[in-house]
Write a protein of this length. Structure first.
Length: 507
């Protein structure tokens, strides 16, 4: 939030001269504003990247369906079909340490099985209603954008820590921003149009911050918690189990099954597992099964059960090799802490309440991204107004801001046309976009990158329709294409208006 807003209290209409709120000491306001600016500047690029990537990641499930639109699209799969698909993949990967069976659900109408081949390569196969494997699933761009938000494509421990630390910085910045503006809630709808452009931007920055504050606090808090899980578990182990992290992680694993590598008399019966759980939990539906050590005496399965109407990732039930339930982890039936932990992911990504909630999360997330972008821009404008301009940093910042939409569009198009990994295309596109700061003005950078992004998005839709055409069986793929075209249109129109405004100013 910008420091240009007034910190004085406003007299009450009923009692002239008497402030509505106690006057906040000016020293406190200045300290909060200094802390807010320091936090924002220190983590600006990371906060922007995490906020932008998080806004896009809300529709991760839909991107997977867009990349693999041919289906088969299933509303449900019988226990026998799930077992047949499981056994078919096990035959392909007989040395697999574990297999992940994902069952059809509204957000992912597929029956798929994930496993490792003999060389350690990971594969996911899609099955039809009978459990027959139809094709191998390939969704490289979906996985790329999800990993960029959660771990920044770094080693998982380091990437998760950095994202979590960014969440802490964002949360601290939000709190310090509110505390540095005593009138921020009172002036929630005050916009100073027609005057200084910097004041207009500052007002919009402050208003978006306040309007979306509940959302901003929730996503930053849950993001920090999810990213710093490893550290939190380490502290828990140190405080409770004398540093034994294995005992701490056991709290989230449910009943323990003894490891026994001897060959089992028979492979675990996935169909019977699902039948037994349906009888034991008639109000829940199975979302996925994680089968550990299939074919060994110590084999077992962890099954996620979703109960409609609950804000939770689902209860996890451990099932033995004989297909009988051994017990629950407790995400829906255990302690308050476990229930809160289970609600973290749906709350952070907006994976509850269907499409209306996802669209709201997308818009609010982009609003938070805009707040981050404008905060740095306002700080640079204030330097310019005070006679200490930093034109190079102004160009660098605007180039970085618009590099991400450009790089995302380039990586999506490349994922459809080229065998190259999307992260490599994203990295190259980000560098190319940032290189524009060397020669172009901030306005030229903004306009040209928006136009380029719009063009890439339109080309992505064309490439997707051309590659899949009449083979698109999942209607969500068409919705994603429509969303990309709308985004392209918005970017093109905004770039055109910026160009016209510049021309009018010159005239």
């Amino acid at each position: 939030m910008d420091g240009s807003a007034s910190t004085e209290t406003t007299p009450s209409p009923a009692r002239p001269g008497k402030p509505i709120w106690p006057k906040v000491p000016a020293e406190f306001v200045r300290a909060m504003l200094a802390g807010h600016s320091a936090l924002g500047l220190a983590f600006a690029a990371l906060i922007y990247l995490v906020c932008f990537s998080g806004s896009i990641a809300v529709f991760t499930q839909e991107y997977g369906r867009w990349e693999q639109p041919a289906g088969p699209v299933l509303s449900q799969a019988s226990p026998q079909a799930a077992d047949a698909a499981f056994r078919a993949v096990l035959a392909k990967t007989p040395k697999a340490h574990d297999l992940y069976v994902r069952l059809p659900e509204p957000t992912h109408p597929r029956l798929s099985v994930h496993g490792d081949d003999a060389k350690g390569g990971e594969h996911t196969w899609v099955a039809d209603t009978s459990g027959r494997l139809v094709r191998e699933e390939k969704t490289p761009w979906t996985q790329f954008q999800a990993d960029l938000h959660t771990v920044l494509h770094l080693p998982r421990a380091w990437g998760g820590f950095l994202v979590g630390l960014t969440g802490v910085a964002l949360l601290s910045s939000l709190v310090s921003g509110v505390l540095s503006h005593p009138r921020v809630f009172k002036d929630a709808f005050a916009l100073r149009w027609g005057g200084s452009k910097r004041l207009q931007e500052a007002d919009l920055h402050n208003r978006i911050s306040v309007w979306g504050l509940p959302f901003h606090l929730v996503v930053s808090l849950t993001g920090a918690f999810l990213g710093l899980t490893t550290i939190i578990v380490g502290v828990l182990a140190l405080a409770t189990f004398k540093g034994d992290t294995a005992k701490a992680y056991a709290l989230f694993a449910g009943p323990k099954v003894a490891d026994d590598p001897r060959p089992a008399a028979r492979v675990i019966d996935v169909a019977q597992v699902l039948v037994n759980l349906e009888a034991a939990y008639p109000k829940a539906r199975a979302s996925y099964l994680f089968v550990e050590h299939p074919g060994e005496t110590g084999q077992y399965a962890t099954v996620a059960l979703i109960t409609p109407g609950r804000l939770s990732r689902g209860e996890l039930v451990v099932v033995g090799g004989d297909a009988r339930p051994l017990g629950e982890v407790g995400y829906e039936s255990g302690s308050v802490g476990l229930r809160v932990l289970s609600a973290m992911t749906p709350l952070h990504f907006g994976w509850f309440g269907g499409w209306p909630v996802k669209v709201a999360y997308l818009l609010l997330g982009l609003g938070l991204t805009a707040v981050t972008s404008s905060g740095v821009a306002i700080w640079l404008a204030r330097r310019r107004d005070k006679g200490r301009p930093a034109p190079r940093w102004e160009r660098v910042w605007i180039a970085f801001v618009w590099s991400q939409p450009f790089a995302y569009a380039a990586s999506a198009l490349a994922a459809l046309l080229l065998p190259a990994p999307p992260v490599a295309i994203w990295g190259a596109a980000t560098l190319a976009a940032n290189a524009t700061a060397i020669a172009w003005t901030p306005l030229a950078i903004s306009i040209r990158l928006r136009v380029a992004t719009a063009g890439l998005l339109a080309l992505t839709v064309c490439a997707h329709v051309t590659a899949n055409g009449a083979g698109i069986a999942d209607g969500v793929a068409w919705l994603v294409d429509a969303g990309l075209l709308i985004a392209a249109l918005v970017l093109a129109v905004s770039a055109h208006r910026s160009g016209r405004a510049q021309a009018d100013t010159i005239q």
